[in-house]
Every structure is written in structure tokens, then in C-alpha cells.
Write a protein that binds this ligand. Structure first.
Ligand code: DGJ
Length: 743
């Protein structure tokens, strides 16, 4: 199967259901022609290559008055020669000029997909028919070469783009901006879906129509951030979960990013994705190169559920560490909300023992096990066990936990340093600060200079040693503050704008070294919850702590919003105690579990404080989850009722097995309503002609009835686990199994 078709100056990338076309324009640069539903392969597309001149617009040359760069859809737009939109890149020459003309030179097609060397990236280890096109462009004046790479993952309808700048000239240049992808679409009749929020309120869906001008999301925090996520969607206004056109975009990157959408005066739409050009600059000496992170593009005309599913499948097969992508994720208990900093070995072992009795598979020791760490003011960087709390050491605790038949995991916050630490005494220069300026604290802590290779080496040696000695099965890698006073003494003055990206390269290098040295260790990323919930992290850490907010109702919205851009196997989801520590809300234990099931289930409470009834309930929950684990973690996920729309009072979703014979659906009623309206839940993803038995129902029902007529939802609620509960914050869980023959 050929995914990439080339006809002289025409490039046609085909996935199973989409086509992406670009060509060499009259000026030798690349022009975008089409991205959308699949087109027949043709030698030429005369209708697509037409364009007309517009008034008051610069032409390319005096003798080509009809060819206007600013009226063309560009493939990697430049600034300064008549296209006044924000460009995909900008290069500063030694004389201060900033004009580039990237003229087409040649191309090559590579079977499959090679990994990038220093950045997380997609791959095609499973020989899934991926093909990679590399188009080489060159500026004749500076001899700068730019390689635009396109990998086609045909079966997930995904195209991955990145750019590589190579200085083949004899003068140094500076990249002022180097974005990963530019997509110029021919009209602007789209809604922008972005996933925005804050700490403890991450990735809420915001859907707004595009308007003339620039609209963007991004981060300048040194992390992808709680506030905006690199995943965005453009959808036709009429597109809903089940039908309509949508384009999905994401970045395999965890640092400062920019996703920008510009609607110009001709009502074309330019989408730019990549490293945020603010706080970025890259000095490129002769023979040096710069590789951008990868951008993910995906198209469907099958609605938003389809878009999420195809992109999610691509990540699970072509991005996430293959060792863990399909592996059942363990049910864990984490002591953070149970004990915070206040624990000793006896306490931890009591929790581990009781959790094990309830079916928990992995015990995770969170913050507070090292240095003199009894609150958040000290010891980050001193990764040596706190003998006051654990007098027999970590190794002993690990042995005890392993002895129970559980896995043992540990929390680190590698990238940070406390002023009150031995590390700071020894290496004050490792703390990120700008000379002559005060270093700004956040959570009483400071950032380590991950752009300094000595810091990465130190952290590797430390963590590697602990993994070996304590035989860790799992690491939670936390990161609890953003970067201020960005500067590194390891770079000269004219290269300081490289810091933010070099910081991320240091983080990725540490992840790469640790995961290569210890392939059996499952990593979960975390950044005060979901402050770095992105595909860069997911390449190394197959799951992430979705949010510090464990309140079931808040989590419903957070997980619902997150599901647009990330599959549920990536979402760590825990049941915690009530009143909830973030909201003070009291929700039923059954509801807390019914939300947390739709991710990687964990418990984050002091189980020794639970009543006998609660423990019995937790045990039942874990057994239920284990029975349906593959479905919850890997099943096809469909959003049904959107808790961000209408009166925001109901949310529902379903996970369906690959063979469509098993499913679990959940419907959440946030506040109870007096005298409520008649309500039905229309399931998704089933086989219309198949009969199914739904838990709590006597009669099997056909898939068509379940999907089109729906299930009657009584408002007088009983707990699914048979325990009394308030009718506020209630959840109904439905198990759906195919039945064959007569009952
Ligand atoms: C923030 C994380 O999100 C929490 O889960 C916990 O690990 C704390 N940090 C520990 O300081």
C-alpha cells in the first residue's frame, strides 16, 4: 500500500480516509492544496491549483502580477515577501535581515517511521504501513536547508509533521521561530475546541467559532501547563460527537508551545503549531541542525468521537512506550491524600497490608520519604531516605511491600531543588536564576537547570541507584512549579533564548536514560496534577496524574475534557476520601469509583480509616474493575452526554470492546432535580443487529434500540453497589454484554 504519491511537483499523502496535498508553486516554494476526505489519485488537480490575484497585494515579481504569495495557501509560510500572516519560521541572518526563500530541492520517501534522536516521537515498530516523506527546501542566499518531514499513519488517519533546519552556509544564523507545522485551510467556517483551565480544573472544553484575526492557546511556563493544552480541534459548527468534519492537532512536546489559528482577510485559516516563539531563539552555526518537535494532524468526517478514537489509537500504537501501551495498568494505592507528609514505616505498611487485602496491586509512596522533608519547604534534590520516618530504609520498606505480593512505587520530583537542601549547599549554581535578580519562589521551591548536562547526570545516577536498590516497579515523576528567571550559566549570552527548549531536552534525556536502563519500571508523569499532560510526556510515561482534583464531580468534567485529546489509558484516576480535600464536597463512594473506573484506577486515602462497609465496597469495586480492566483502559471510548453544555448537570460515556460485544456505560447526575424530565441514555458503539443484556434489565435488547431509542433512566436512584446514597452526585453504571441465541 502506497501512502505517499508524488507526481513531479505534486505530493499526495493518503490515509485510509483522508488526503493531504501540496505542490511546488510558481516561485519554487511549497503551497498547500487540500486536506480533507480522501480524493482519487490524479496526475494533477487543476481546480485546486487555481488562484486569483487580489487587490493591494504584493506580487512575486513584476512579470508575475498574478502570483501573490499572500493570496496562496502556504505549506510552511515565511514572512517578509508579501505574505503578511504570522509565519511558520523566521531566520535571522548575521546582517540582521530576516528574509528566507525556501525553494524546493528534492524529496525522499522512507518506509516506516524512525524515532527522533533527542525528542520524544512517533514510530512504526508494528509495521503498520507507515511511510515518511522528507521534502528538502533550500534558501539560495544563506544556504539554509529545511527538511519538512511527513509521516503518514494510514490506518489511524494521522499525519505527523516536523521540520529540521540545517545550516549548510558558512555564516551562523539564528532561528527566531521554528514551528512544527503550518496548515492553511481554504475557509474559516470552523469552531475552535480548546482544553483550558487551571490547577485542579484542567482541560475544560471551550468551543468558540473562529473569528477574523489571530486566536491562540499556548504556554510560556516552561511546561505545557494546566492552563492550556497543546491538543486542539477545528470542527465545522454543525459537527457533533457522532458526525461531521473535524481536524485534530497536537504536539509531541511538553514545554512552551503555541497553537495559533489565524483567519485572514480572504477568510482562509492558518493553523500553526510548535514551540512558542516567545522566549525562543536558536543559534545555528555552520553544519549544525535543529529539529522541531512533532505535530500531529488528523482529519475525520465522522465526528468528534471518531477523531478522539483515531488519534488515541495512533498514540497507543505509535507513540507510547510499546512495552506498556497495551499492558494492563495496576490498581494502585497512593498515600498522598491519606497521610500527606505525616507517616512512618508502620503506618505505610498498615495501609499497604489493608490495601492488598482489598485487591490493590501497587503501593506508591508519595512525597516526604527523603531528606528532612516534613513539609514542602525543604529537601528537594536530596534523594536519600529520611531515616527518621523510615529507619530501616527504603529497601526494607520495598521488601515488605513486595513480600505482601504487591508492587512498590516511589515519588520523585527530579527537576526541583529546595534552598534548604544539601544539593543547594553543594551546587547553588544548579538553581535556575538570572544573575543579579531575585529568584522567584513557587511552592517554596526552585527549578534545577536541566539544560546543564551535569544536572542530568547527577539525577540519573541518583534515581538509577534507588531504582536498583529499592527494586522499584513504578515511579511517579512530579513537577510542581513553572520556570521563572530563565537563564543558564552553561550557555553564552547570545544563546540564552535556547534555555527553555534545552531544559525540555534535558528532561527528555533523563526520561530516555532511565526508561532504557530500567525498561520494567512504569512511569506516571505528574505536574501538580495535569500541568504537563501532553504527548511528550506520554512517550516515556504511558500514564499521567490527570489532576490534583480528586472530587468525583470535578473529575467528571476534567476526564471528559481530557478524553477529546487523550485516551483513557493515559489518565490516572483515583478514589479519595470525603469531604474531598480540594472541594469539600461529599460524594458517594460508588460515584467516586464510577468516575475513576474510566482511567487507570487507584485509591488515594488512608484505607486504615475506612469502615468495614467501605472496605467491603472498595474490595467489590476493585474486583469489578479487574474484571473489566481491559475495557476501561483500552476499550473504545465514546462521550455521550456533555457536562459542559446545557444545564451542565448530566455527563455520560461508554467504553466498548474491540469486538463490540462488551461495554460499560456510566451516567452521572450532578444535582438531583425535583420532578425531573423523562430521560433516556442512548448508548454508542454497539452492533445494531446484536442483542445485549444490560445489567439490571431482564430482557435482552438489540443494539439499534440501545443506541437509537436508548435506555430509560429512572430518577429515583439506588446505588449500583447497594449502599444508601444521596441522590445528588449519583452515578449509574451499566454493564452491557452480547447474548447469542435464546435466553
Ligand atoms: C503534586 C501532585 O500532583 C500530588 O499528587 C502529590 O504528589 C504532591 N505534588 C506531592 O507533593
Amino acid at each position: 500500500m502506497m501512502a505517499i504519491l508524488v507526481q513531479t511537483d505534486l505530493f499526495h499523502l493518503q490515509t485510509d480516509h483522508s488526503s493531504y496535498l501540496f505542490h511546488v508553486m510558481a516561485n519554487g516554494e511549497l503551497g498547500q492544496l487540500y486536506y480533507g476526505a480522501k480524493l482519487h489519485a490524479q496526475a494533477a488537480y487543476p481546480e485546486l491549483t487555481q488562484s486569483e490575484p487580489h487587490g493591494a497585494t504584493p506580487a512575486w515579481k513584476l512579470d508575475t502580477p498574478n502570483f501573490q504569495p499572500g493570496s496562496e495557501k502556504q505549506e510552511y509560510g515565511s514572512f517578509g515577501k508579501g505574505d503578511f500572516r504570522d509565519p511558520a519560521y523566521q531566520v535571522l541572518a548575521p546582517d540582521g535581515s530576516r528574509i528566507s526563500e525556501l525553494v524546493y530541492r528534492d524529496y525522499r520517501i522512507i518506509a516506516g517511521k524512525q524515532r527522533l534522536t533527542d525528542l520524544p516521537s512517533t514510530f512504526d515498530d508494528t509495521h503498520d504501513d507507515a511511510e515518511t516523506l522528507v521534502v528538502t527546501l533550500q534558501d539560495a542566499v544563506s544556504q539554509l536547508v529545511v527538511e519538512l518531514a511527513y509521516t503518514v499513519f494510514p490506518h489511524q488517519d494521522v499525519i505527523v509533521r516536523s521540520s529540521r533546519f540545517v545550516n549548510q552556509g558558512d555564516q551562523p544564523v539564528v532561528l527566531n521561530r521554528a514551528l512544527s507545522a503550518d496548515l492553511d485551510l481554504p475557509d474559516a467556517d470552523y469552531d475552535l475546541l480548546q482544553f483550558s483551565g487551571s490547577w485542579a480544573r484542567e482541560r475544560h472544553l471551550v468551543r468558540t467559532p473562529l473569528r477574523s484575526g489571530i486566536q491562540s492557546v499556548g504556554s510560556l511556563r516552561g511546561a505545557s501547563s494546566h492552563q492550556q493544552n497543546p491538543g486542539i480541534i477545528l470542527a465545522r459548527p454543525q459537527t457533533n460527537e457522532d458526525q461531521g468534519t473535524a481536524y485534530g492537532f497536537n504536539l509531541v512536546y511538553s514545554g512552551n508551545f503555541l497553537d495559533q489559528v489565524e483567519v485572514d482577510h480572504l477568510r482562509t485559516t492558518r493553523v500553526l503549531l510548535g514551540i512558542n516563539p516567545t522566549e525562543f531563539g536558536w543559534y545555528l552555526a555552520p553544519d549544525q541542525d535543529f529539529q522541531t518537535p512533532e505535530a500531529i494532524l488528523s482529519y475525520t468526517d465522522g465526528g468528534l468521537n471518531q477523531l478522539s478514537q483515531q488519534m488515541g489509537q495512533c498514540y497507543q500504537q505509535h507513540l507510547v512506550n510499546p512495552r506498556f501501551a497495551q499492558q494492563p495498568r495496576p490498581v494502585l494505592i497512593n498515600n498522598w491524600e491519606g497521610t500527606y507528609f505525616d507517616f512512618d514505616e508502620t503506618k505505610l505498611l498498615a495501609i499497604a497490608q489493608q490495601a492488598h487485602d482489598l485487591g490493590v496491586e501497587l503501593f506508591v509512596l508519595d512525597d516526604g520519604w527523603f531528606g528532612k522533608r516534613n513539609d514542602d519547604t525543604t529537601s528537594l534534590g536530596d534523594w536519600d531516605v529520611n531515616l527518621a520516618k523510615l529507619p530501616q530504609g527504603l529497601d526494607h520498606l520495598s521488601q515488605q511491600v513486595h513480600g505482601l505480593g504487591m508492587q512498590f512505587g516511589l515519588w520523585f520530583e527530579p527537576e526541583m531543588i529546595s534552598l534548604a537542601s544539601h544539593l543547594y549547599d553543594q551546587h547553588p549554581d544548579w538553581l535556575v536564576r538570572t544573575p543579579g535578580r531575585q529568584a522567584t519562589p513557587s511552592r517554596n521551591q526552585f527549578v534545577l537547570d536541566m539544560a546543564n548536562p551535569a544536572v542530568v547526570d547527577f539525577l540519573f545516577t541518583k534515581i538509577d541507584g534507588i531504582i536498583k536498590a529499592a527494586q522499584l516497579d513504578y515511579i511517579k515523576w512530579d513537577m510542581n512549579r513553572n520556570i521563572t528567571e530563565a537563564f543558564t550559566p552553561t550557555l553564552p549570552a547570545n544563546r540564552q533564548l535556547e534555555f527553555m527548549h534545552r531544559y525540555m531536552l534535558g528532561v527528555y534525556q533523563l526520561y530516555a536514560r532511565l526508561t532504557q536502563a530500567h525498561p520494567q519500571v512504569l512511569f506516571e508523569s505528574c505536574a501538580s496534577g495535569g500541568g504537563r499532560f501532553d504527548l511528550g510526556m506520554m512517550a516515556y510515561a504511558p500514564q499521567a496524574w490527570t489532576s490534583d482534583d480528586t472530587d468525583a464531580i470535578e473529575r467528571l468534567r476534567i476526564q471528559y475534557g481530557t478524553s477529546y485529546a487523550y485516551p483513557q489509558a493515559m489518565m490516572g484516576a483515583h478514589v479519595s476520601a470525603v469531604p474531598n480535600d480540594q472541594t469539600g464536597r461529599i460524594t458517594p463512594l460508588s460515584t467516586r469509583a464510577a468516575v475513576a473506573y474510566f482511567g487507570d484506577l487507584g485509591y488515594e486515602l488512608d484505607v486504615t480509616q475506612c469502615s468495614a462497609e467501605e472496605k467491603a465496597q472498595i474490595k467489590e469495586q476493585i474486583t469489578f474493575y479487574q474484571q473489566h480492566r481491559e475495557l476501561f483502559q483500552q476499550g473504545t471510548f465514546y462521550r455521550i452526554d456533555n457536562p459542559f453544555t446545557g444545564d451542565r448537570n448530566v455527563g455520560s460515556w461508554i467504553v466498548v470492546s474491540a469486538d463490540q460485544r462488551h461495554a460499560v456505560a456510566a451516567r452521572y447526575q450532578i444535582l438531583n432535580e425535583p420532578n425531573p424530565a423523562y430521560s433516556r441514555l442512548k448508548l454508542r458503539g454497539l452492533l445494531a443487529d446484536q442483542r445485549y443484556l444490560v445489567s439490571g434489565r431482564e430482557q435482552p435488547l438489540y443494539g439499534d434500540e440501545l443506541m437509537h431509542a436508548g435506555l430509560f433512566i429512572p430518577q429515583q436512584l439506588q446505588s449500583t453497589m447497594g449502599v444508601e446514597q444521596s441522590a445528588d452526585f449519583s452515578a449509574q453504571l451499566l454493564v452491557i454484554d452480547a447474548v447469542d441465541g435464546q435466553l
